[in-house]
Design a protein around this ligand. Structure first.
Ligand SMILES: [Zn+2]
Length: 134
């Protein structure tokens, strides 16, 4: 159920919380209840949706109050989003790190095998020259 009711063919807005009715066009447009001093349907309204003349019309106190509520609501959302992004970056970094470690280890093993083959061939050649084998 909606928190407000547009009445009298859109010429007024009724707040379902306090039953007050406003005919102010800006109250209707932005679903503001002057008695509750809050935006009745605040989920729909980002603060950037506010027009400068409305901010002026609201008066400093109403705007400050509105901004404080917006900051509270958005801070939690932004913090949550930020945490998720940081976790994602951390995971990607960890994966990349593990991949680099794996590549490094594989190259070291290949290098060791190559050295071993060279040593064995050298020894084999020396033995052949000395007539021990062959
Ligand atoms: Zn109200």
């Amino acid at each position: 159920m909606s928190d407000f009711l547009i009445v009298k063919n859109g010429e007024a807005i009724k707040c379902m919380a306090c039953d007050s009715v406003s005919h102010h066009p800006m109250d209707i447009k932005y679903k503001y209840c002057g008695k509750c001093k809050r935006f009745i349907d605040s989920d729909r309204l980002g603060w950037t949706d506010l027009e400068p003349e409305y901010i002026h019309g609201m008066g400093r106190n109403r705007f400050t109050q509105y901004m404080q509520q917006e900051v509270k609501d958005n801070a939690a959302k932004h913090l949550d989003k930020f945490s998720k992004e940081m976790l994602k970056i951390h995971q990607e970094h960890a994966e990349r790190s593990a991949e680099i470690d794996r590549n490094f280890r594989n190259r070291m093993i290949a290098c060791g095998v190559l050295i071993l083959v060279v040593v064995l061939l050298t020894v084999f050649e020396a033995l052949l020259r000395m007539g021990v084998i062959g």
